[in-house]
Design a protein around this ligand. Structure first.
Ligand SMILES: C[S@@+](CC[C@H](N)C(=O)[O-])C[C@H]1O[C@@H](n2cnc3c(N)ncnc32)[C@H](O)[C@@H]1O
Length: 297
């Protein structure tokens, strides 16, 4: 009897995408492509260039293991250990939130104001990232602003390990001082940062159950849950941030859908800010709230 014909790349891609679709896995085609590319050590483009290449039994077995993990709902980024953000490749582990595309709006919002300032001589050039996670935001900023130094804090030691490794891989470790802290604990008021950027947990308690299972079962709840109305951490940050910024320093906060008006109000209550602004993401959701500290808080 003739040996069964080995699967080719194109056949397997079609099979896996259909299988994921049948099982209700999100992004079936993209999942199939990324996982097959990972199993074969190829890029996604290579899959198309080598579409009729047959797989060895070992390659097939490796791919099947990845398919089964994805079938259980595990996010592709945790299976491969990588996620692209700001056109950079970031290592991710279950200790960190998978960086989201909309968070690039936060990076842009900070760059918009700091790029102009950093062209001027004698400007304050230290920034703070609160809740750094994988380090995606601060690393993107450090690469864009090579003259600037950053402090990046997170309560999770395991997340900081991932962030440090990402900073090293992207050659910005010298620009970023990572340390474990609860918001501003361990930082001296009057430190005089030029910018504070934060994507803190903001999911309201009652919305947890509505999140996709893929998120609830795999991503760290401590990176997502922000208390009753989702604003526990942002509220604390809005009150404390003016004391850690220099006059005319900037704060930029990522917020959840519908939270921008409440966050604007929280900032306004302190009387410490001007130039308050919300910035929408590509879906039209007001995603970032940005403000500048007045001369005297
Ligand atoms: C939504 S994730 C953002 C991660 C990353 N900055 C990003 O944008 O992809 C929030 C991060 O804040 C951290 N965090 C939660 N509570 C914190 C606190 N009280 N102080 C500092 N970091 C905190 C979590 O561990 C998590 O890494």
């Amino acid at each position: 009897m003739a040996a069964p014909k080995p699967w080719t790349i194109v056949e397997l891609l079609r099979w896996a995408a259909d299988y994921f679709r049948d099982k209700g896995v999100s992004e079936p085609r993209a999942s199939a492509e990324v996982l097959l590319a990972n199993a074969l050590g190829l890029s996604r483009l290579d899959l198309y260039l080598r579409h009729d290449q047959p797989l060895t039994p070992e390659e097939l077995a490796r791919f099947k293991t990845l398919v089964l993990r994805r079938r259980q709902g595990e996010p592709v980024a945790y299976i491969t250990g990588h996620r692209e953000f700001w056109s950079l490749d970031f290592l991710v582990s279950p200790a960190v939130l998978i960086p989201r595309p909309e968070t690039e709006i936060l990076v842009q919002a900070v760059l918009e104001v700091l790029k102009t300032e950093n062209r001027k001589p004698k400007t304050e050039n230290r920034g703070l990232d609160v809740g750094t996670g994988s380090g995606a935001v601060v690393i993107a900023l450090a690469r864009e602003l090579p003259g600037m130094q950053w402090v990046a804090v997170d309560v999770s030691r395991a997340a900081l390990d991932v962030a440090r490794e990402n900073a090293r891989r992207h050659r910005v470790a010298q620009q970023i001082h990572f340390f474990q802290a609860d918001l501003f604990a361990g930082l001296k008021p009057g430190f005089g940062f030029g910018a504070i950027v934060a994507n803190l947990p903001y999911v309201p308690r009652g919305e947890w159950e509505q999140l996709p299972r893929e998120i609830r079962s795999f991503e760290p709840p401590g990176a997502l849950l922000g208390g009753e109305d989702g604003l526990d951490f942002i509220r604390l940050l809005a009150r404390q941030a003016p004391h850690y910024l220099r006059p005319r320093g900037w704060v930029a906060l990522e917020v959840g859908a519908g939270q921008a008006p409440a966050v604007m109000e929280l900032l306004e209550e302190t009387g410490a800010w001007h130039c308050l602004e919300t910035i929408p993401d590509y879906q039209g959701i007001q995603r970032v709230v940005r403000a500048q500290r007045l001369d005297a808080p």
